[in-house]
Design a protein around this ligand. Structure first.
Ligand code: ARG
Length: 462
């Protein structure tokens, strides 16, 4: 007797445990819109091909629209025991319209259904991320265009290297985000094929028309091979990779914003909105927002590696492991959308401390390379000799406690009498920045050219 009770209890609790492991409704419920859209297109096609009657179709269509409204208005809560969003909606439809609802799943499997819903979600969000990327590119380009004469120490190894302008630096990030934009769009195009109609793995004997559903759902065409289609999650991996790369760029920019707002730099000031105080140190203003953007890069990278690992070694076709594809994508998409909105606002509202940036250019003999270039170009010295003489000039400046740009003509000549007076002008940081006129270089002229080119490109995208 007691044994029976015990075993009954075990099986009850274990079935609840199994449900908890198996059910995806708690997280895939956010696909309700895509699921309903997919079902409406599928039902339309079934009716058009005479696979279901016009009357059944009318009931299904009406029922699905109602369910959509019920979910939106939270009169149908997706919190039941259904295994997933597909079962929940089909169940509700059958409750509402009876046998017609039971006919909806003809010539379809949850394998192609989930592949469709998830792909629609990814495609839709790819567009949204791309739009926000454009917004960020526009903002970065605006800040750049206002700062093409603002001197900034360009760095390598986080050490002062050569003078550049702040606009040029912003355009570096605009260029990264442009590549990101193009990467998202390329993925969108590559994956813009409809999975529905592939059924479980092998297609269906019903006389369906996959072109009809593809067209109604905004895809270019149906996918080529059904076995591949129901096992393919490349589209999800692509959005994860694209987000990771974009967030890596955002993280690098965030890192610079954090450094630049430190007392040692003071190159920029974030708006009070994007900084917070310390609970114990009243004088502090912390750059929490760029720190969070930097930190969130870690979690999106985790999501990418997680799905790559899930997919590795899965035999064809669908395996339940693939249900693990969703949460990471939902999380990365949400993170990407929010991060892009925040970054845009932060860049838009930050203050650029022009004087402070220019002052920093007086540290580190930024125009030393200009002297070496001059000795090669104008005096005809071999580069190694020029490099050596420049080193001596830098040592002299160090001895005098000045920047190389502050040395007098006489002081320069004391190192090598071949040096002519014209060089003094060349060592000025602004002159040095403006001397870099090669294509893609930092001179104000070339930076403006980059801004122009990017603005032209933006126009073709809006
Ligand atoms: N909830 C499932 C998923 O997200 C739907 C597909 C289930 N298919 C199956 N044959 N069990 O992957």
């Amino acid at each position: 007797m007691s044994k029976k009770i015990a075993s009954a209890r075990i099986s009850e609790s274990s079935s609840r445990l199994l449900q908890e492991l198996n059910n995806s409704l708690p997280f895939d419920k956010i696909l309700y819109r895509e699921d309903i859209e997919g079902s409406r297109a599928h039902a339309f096609m079934l009716a058009e091909r005479g696979i279901i009657s016009k009357e059944d179709y009318a009931q299904i269509e009406e029922g699905l629209i109602e369910i959509y409204e019920e979910i939106e208005s939270q009169t149908f809560l997706l919190d039941g025991d259904d295994e997933d969003i597909h079962m929940a909606i089909e169940g509700r439809l059958t409750e509402k319209v009876g046998d017609a609802g039971k006919r909806l799943h003809t010539a379809r499997s949850r394998n192609d259904q989930v592949a469709l819903d998830f792909r629609l979600f990814v495609q839709r969000n790819t567009q949204q991320i791309a739009d926000l990327l454009l917004k960020n590119i526009v903002t970065l380009t605006r800040v750049a265009s206002e700062n093409t004469t603002t001197l900034l120490p360009g760095m390598t190894h986080l050490q002062h290297a050569q003078p550049i302008n702040f606009g040029y630096h912003m355009m570096a990030y605009a260029s990264m985000f442009k590549r990101d934009y193009e990467r998202f769009i390329a993925s969108y195009e590559r994956n813009n094929y409809s999975p529905i109609g592939c059924a479980a793995l092998a297609g269906t004997p019903h006389p369906i028309n996959r072109k009809t559903t593809a067209e109604r759902l905004g895809f270019k065409a149906p996918t080529l091979n059904c076995l591949d289609t129901v096992s393919d999650r490349d589209f999800a991996l692509e959005i994860l990779f694209n987000i990771s790369t974009m967030m890596m760029h955002m993280s690098r920019l965030s890192e610079e914003l954090i450094l630049w707002s430190a007392s040692e730099f003071k190159f920029i000031q974030l708006s009070d909105k994007h900084a917070t105080g310390s609970s114990i140190m009243p004088q502090k203003k912390n750059p929490d927002i760029p720190e969070l953007l930097r930190g969130k890069t870690g979690r999106v990278n985790g999501n990418l590696v997680s799905l790559l690992t899930v997919m590795k070694g899965l035999p064809l076709a669908y395996n339940k492991d693939m249900q693990e594809d969703k949460e990471g994508v939902f999380d990365s998409v949400k993170t990407a959308l929010l991060s892009l909105e925040v970054l845009n606002e932060m860049i838009d509202e930050m203050t650029v401390n022009v004087e402070q940036m220019e002052r920093a250019c007086m540290i580190g003999h930024l125009s030393a390379t200009d002297l070496a270039d001059y000795l090669v170009k104008d005096i005809g010295m071999p580069f190694r000799d020029a490099y050596h003489i420049t080193g001596n000039v830098v040592n002299l400046a160090e001895e005098r406690g000045v920047d190389i740009s502050e040395l007098t003509f006489e002081e320069l000549q004391s190192i090598d009498d071949r040096i002519t007076e014209g060089v003094v002008k060349l060592l000025d940081n602004r002159a040095s920045m403006n001397a870099r006129v090669s294509e893609g270089g930092t001179s104000t002229v070339r930076t403006n050219e980059q801004i122009e080119t990017l603005l032209e490109w933006i126009k073709t995208k809006q």
